[in-house]
Design a protein around this ligand. Structure first.
Ligand code: 26V
Length: 821
């Protein structure tokens, strides 16, 4: 087998060992003999960073002094995952690391495992941001990721003895965090509150309080590009370390309160990812990081200039708004240009308009942020004035274009009246140059439904960029065996930075030797996962069963409920003797999912899944035939372990609800077959891998719309499906009758009620189609060579879903820039 050649750095393994020894001594204060794996991890990280510094500084220098426009990716979340292995790979130090660990007597795995995974994101949107900064650096585009360094990331999930989700705080900074460099000398002041007064004919903001934004910089090394970009995450610090005036014995606590309040801003990541709560702290977070980032960009690109010519700003940097979360940046840049630098409104508007673009990541109307005007007025009074003026200008523009009055009313950015509010998606659409959805279907629905009024007036603003995932983390690191086999098959490892080269595997799908090897890789990954799951969760998993996986946030629209009802139905058929278990393909079903702490039905679904797992796994009737496991605390590490071991992946959202999905891409690229609906990027995956290599089922988006029109959710039509389908009825009745709650009939009553009376996401309506496709899945699986061949074709045809390609699309369609020269 050809060795996979990691990009080689000029450093030898001996030199790298010496570097690590130095770091152990001078930063950790230990000898290699005294060192633990955690010490070696910290020392190695420091050695890697040291090794990257020159490229990092050169990249910054070339960015500021060259004429290649940079990208500022503004995102409230960057779900990075563990850094060490990835940094080693991209820096070309993998072999040196292996050599060094041998020399120092450490297991590479123990050292890599010592890192605590930073969970600074909720799910798809945050992980996408992490993939994008990897690709930007790998392509060599100068870029900043700008975000927040939350002290607490996404909560840790545990299950109690009843199978209920328990959230515990994720204090990821428990141990030394060796990657971030806190730069107190590049701080920014962020103001809040107060009032706006008239002074010499000008509106002047007199803020009431301020927070110090301190950047923590993370190097983002490109794969084989020699470029190292920056992820700059802001921490909130107080200016008043102690309020000495109030500091006397009795007032001690009062004296520290302002400090605590200021620092709360970067304390915690909000764990809801669909229903904005209109919380003041959340708006503070958004303004905090966006204001600091905009001022930072001006500082970086106009160093030392008192009167910079900011009309050139759009040639220096383009800001991408990752969903509505950073949209307050639009009025902020207006304010900076007008109030701080003295530009007139029209000039400021023209600069702002050219500088921002907006990516929408949802179709759920409730996920589009709308802020009460009163809250914006209280925290950011000057911004509210600017937003109102933007709205007036917008409405006149629409009037001048001849747009009908009722449409103009619908399009208001600022809505008047007692519940006056600001619609951030509309502000972003009007305030920036381009709006994109994240998969073709999603972008079409944005134009035709969610932002229809806008696309009719500004059709040229709308475009699509289908999401992608980084092949470095999600193929090379997650699945080294398959990576080696691909390299062997293609005779080169160049596919890792040009993923369309996977197409070269297409002919190998008809080479039985290759297909056999491919199947053997999958089996070895399954064995590995079984061992991992035993170690980490204590599960006894049979790797000689089909691995069937559903991992993603828990949401009604994603329909984990459909999957668990199907499992229950199969279980019931076995129990009742309707189905001989020996005729079934033995299957292990995996779930991984966190529910937002306040999302009641999602939490009930988690409890149900856990209890179905308990009942089924303990029932001798299904032993060896059907098992269900729910490893808790789904995170990037679990994804990297489970995806390469999966045979069948579930992408079963209600059509028209999943904007794109990115897990679907990771699975296809790791040789899992998908059972899925025509939703999000599934549509494009199926187009590419071929309809015959994809298990399609369920209603299409137009069929879903038609069923809503009939009153599915309002007239309780789901009950008809329940009454007509004995298998479905049986499954739901078992949930209701206490089978999965030790006889208690109340445990899941709200879930059952919802299914029978509302079922907004049409789980019941799609149940029959979902059960029917299982027969086809089983038949295919029984022919291992056929299955493996289909899996090879999935890999070979999914190169399009590299985040490198997504970034190329952004460069061409939206950012109009490219790699550094
Ligand atoms: C929304 C909100 C709403 C306010 C409270 C805090 C919060 C935090 C995150 C979000 C983002 C939700 C949107 C999201 O994650 N969308 C997912 O984006 C993926 C990347 O484009 C895409 O693949 C998924 O289909 C889409 O659900």
């Amino acid at each position: 087998m050809t060795e996979i050649t990691a990009p080689k750095s000029s450093l030898t393994s001996g030199e790298f060992t010496d570097e690590i020894r130095e770091q152990l001594k001078y930063t950790q204060g230990v000898t290699p003999e005294q060192a633990t794996a955690a010490d070696v991890y910290v020392a190695t990280a420091a050695a890697v960073r040291r090794h990257l510094v020159d490229s990092w500084m050169k990249t910054q220098h070339d960015m500021v002094n060259g004429d290649t426009k940079a990208v500022g990716y503004l995102s409230a979340e960057f779900l990075m995952g563990k850094q060490l292995e990835n940094a080693l790979l991209n820096a070309g130090l993998t072999e040196q690391f292996e050599g060094a660990m041998k020399e120092l007597g450490f297991d590479t795995k123990d050292v890599i495992d010592a890192e605590y995974e930073p969970g600074l994101g909720n799910g798809g949107l945050g992980r996408l941001a992490a993939c994008y900064i990897d690709s930007l650096a790998s392509i060599g585009v100068p870029a900043f990721g700008y975000g927040i360094r939350y002290q607490y990331g996404i909560f840790k999930q545990e299950f109690d003895e009843n199978g209920k989700q328990i959230e515990t705080p994720d204090y990821w900074l428990v141990n030394e965090e060796p990657w971030g460099h806190v730069d107190y000398n590049r701080d920014q002041r962020v103001n809040f509150g107060g009032e706006v007064v008239e002074e010499n004919g000008k509106r002047v903001w007199k803020p009431a309080w301020a927070v110090r934004a301190v950047p923590c910089d993370y190097m983002v090394p490109g794969y084989k590009s020699g470029r190292v970009n920056t992820l700059r995450l802001w921490t909130a610090k107080s200016y008043d370390e102690f309020d000495l005036l109030t500091f006397n014995k009795s007032d001690y606590l009062d004296a520290v309160i302002p400090k605590v309040e200021a620092e709360n801003i970067s304390k915690i990541l909000y764990p809801e990812d669909s229903t904005p709560q209109g919380k003041k702290l959340r708006l503070e977070q958004q303004y905090f990081f966006v204001s600091a980032s905009i001022h930072d960009a001006i500082r970086v690109f106009y160093p030392g200039e008192k009167n910079p010519d900011l009309t050139t700003l759009p040639n220096k940097i383009v800001f991408q708004l990752n969903d509505t979360h950073p949209v307050i940046g639009i009025p902020e840049l207006m304010r900076v240009l007008i109030d701080e630098y003295g530009y007139d409104w029209d000039t400021a508007w023209s600069i702002t308009n050219k500088t921002f673009n907006y990516t929408c990541h949802t179709l759920l109307p409730e996920a589009l942020e709308v802020w009460p005007a009163s809250l914006i007025g209280e925290l950011l009074p000057r911004h509210l004035e600017i937003i109102k003026k933007i709205n007036e200008q917008f409405m006149s523009e629409l009037k001048a274009k001849g747009v009908a009055d009722d449409q103009i009313e619908r399009m208001r950015i600022y809505t008047d009246g007692k519940d006056a509010s600001v619609r951030m998606a509309y502000l972003a659409t009007y305030g920036g140059s381009y709006v994109n959805g994240v998969a073709e279907l999603h972008s079409e629905l944005l134009k035709d439904v969610t932002l229809k009024d806008f696309s009719s007036v500004y059709p040229d603003k709308f475009t699509n960029v289908t999401n992608g995932v980084t092949p470095r983390r999600f193929i090379k690191l997650a699945n080294p065996r398959m990576s080696d086999l691909i390299t062997e098959g293609l005779g080169t490892d160049a596919w890792l930075s040009d993923l369309e080269q996977l197409k070269g595997l297409i002919p190998l799908a008809d080479d039985p030797e290759f297909v056999k090897k491919f199947a053997a890789v999958k089996q070895a990954n399954k064995n590995d996962f079984a061992a991992f799951a035993k170690r980490k969760y204590g599960f006894d998993i049979d790797p000689n069963t089909m691995f069937n996986t559903m991992i993603k946030r828990l949401h009604e629209y994603k329909r984990q409920a459909l999957k668990i009802l199907a499992v229950i139905a199969t279980y019931a058929d076995i129990k009742s003797g309707k189905v001989d278990p020996d005729t079934l393909v033995p299957r292990t079903v995996f779930f991984g999912a966190k529910a937002a702490p306040g999302y009641y039905l999602a939490k009930q679904t988690i409890q149900l899944i856990n209890n179905v797992a308990r009942v089924i796994n303990n029932d001798p009737a299904t032993k060896g035939k059907l098992h269900v496991y729910f490893p808790w605390n789904y995170n990037i590490e679990l994804a990297q372990n489970l995806i390469p071991a999966t045979d069948l992946d579930e992408q079963i959202s209600q059509a028209g609800k999943e904007a794109s999905g990115t897990g679907n891409m990771k699975f296809a690229l790791n040789g899992a077959l998908t059972v899925g609906t025509l939703d999000g990027a599934n549509v494009e995956i199926r187009e590419r891998v071929g309809a015959e290599n994809f298990f399609l089922f369920g209603m299409t988006e137009p069929e879903v719309s038609a069923l809503y029109a009939k009153g599915y959710d309002t007239k309780g039509l789901s009950r008809e499906y329940y009454e007509k389908d004995p298998q479905l009825k049986q499954a739901i009745d078992m949930v209701a009758d206490g089978t999965f709650s030790n006889g208690d009939k109340d445990t899941y009553k709200d879930l059952v009620n919802d299914w029978l009376n509302k079922d907004y996401f049409m789980t019941l309506a799609d149940f029959r189609a979902y059960m029917d496709i299982q027969a086809e899945i089983e038949e295919t699986y029984r022919d291992p060579m056929k299955w493996a061949r289909m899996a090879v074709l999935n890999v070979a045809n999914s190169g399009y879903f590299s985040s490198d390609r997504s970034i190329e699309d952004y460069l061409e369609r939206i950012w109009h820039t490219g790699a550094l020269k």
